[in-house]
Ligand binder design. Sequence first.
Ligand code: IMP
Length: 429
Amino acid sequence: MTNRVVVGAQWGDEGKAKITDLLAENADLIIRYQGGCNAGHTVVAHNKTFKFHLIPSGILYKGKTCFIGNGTVVLPEYFQQEIEGLKKENIDISGLKVSPLASITMPWHTEVDGYSEDNATKGKIGTTKKGIGPTYTDKMQRIGLKIGDLYSPEALSEKLDVILPVKNKQLKELYNLKTYTKEEVLDLCKKYAEIFRPFVCHEWQDMLRDAKRENKTILFEGAQGVMLDVDFGTYPFVTSSNPVGGGACTGSGYGPKVIDEVIGVAKAYVTRVGEGPFVTELTDETGKKIQDIGHEFGVTTGRPRRCGWFDAVTMKYSCLVGGLTSVALTKIDVFDTFDEIKICTAYKDKRNGKTYTSYPEDVFIHKYLEPVYETHKGWGVNISDIRKYEDLPENCRKYIERLEQILETPISIISVGPDREQTIFRTNL
Ligand code: IMP
């Protein structure tokens, strides 16, 4: 009955899927609270590899309710593809529900995202081109469509009368892109209504109330990571939602007191896809070695991930703003063959020698920052079969305990490989 949020504590791709998958086993209700199909979660189960973008991976367990919350943005065709993929594998999807308040990614959102990325000469973000930013932009501008609108012909018609003149003007004048007639959009919306019909949960309020009253175990599944949060991340090189622990409330319909723990998932090193500052990035052989051993290529876009040493400056910040109560450290086995492992404990400004131990939120100075490292000895043995903390090599434990000391946050889970069993729990979950 412990309700937990799982958040990415770095720039996404920390191995959240494995941790949520482990925790989903004992959860009754699993809620995805932000983002859209920009996420890519890989889970190995039933001797198969499943790649999820939007649907909570908890769907792989029978009898769970998986709810795509109001804070998400849903690209209907992608959602349909994911459903079809699961059906093909005979996965029971009867527990899947979608909030009528979730926003719809319309074709113009993906078109604008693609256009902006392809034509940016300056300030390119490196988005996934899945229309995420433009969908959230329209939500905030109050010219977005929500899934519930698809089932209310009068509201839909009235909304389109407001939305389309604005949208078409933008599409034509700002982007020189195709415009849309009302008939075209109504036809699309009819199609979308059918895609979502079996899943849209008009009774979501009762569902949340019942789960709370009956002390059900709730798991909130975050996507992306704290450093990609639109408020706290390396803005503007961020996604357009709130992956932080607090996002679980605004994106689900539950208040903060429902949440008992926030587990931040962090790799033993750091990766990033897309543009943006990354002080500990390694562009040398060591970075390549991490990328090769860690198989660091994006699930959604296939892009190679940038790799670097563990950045305790951003991670300390992430513990604070992400609201982390503990950390799940993943992929530490990637270092099994490393003689030395580094932790960045501070940043130093090359221009004036100023040292930062707290994260400097003005990301435009990050290009002047260099990492200050402390070096730890490697352990030189394969740890992927170890299941007890005490059995880890001393140097590995020293590394973990040093991280805990800097972060002032306990490391509750250590992942030493992709399989469910390759996990060391330091507390009872
Ligand atoms: P968007 O979310 O597609 O708008 O992309 C904005 C930034 O977030 C880009 O740097 C993306 O590479 C990054 N991003 C979005 N989703 C993920 C993810 O699931 N993992 C890692 N990075 C992501």
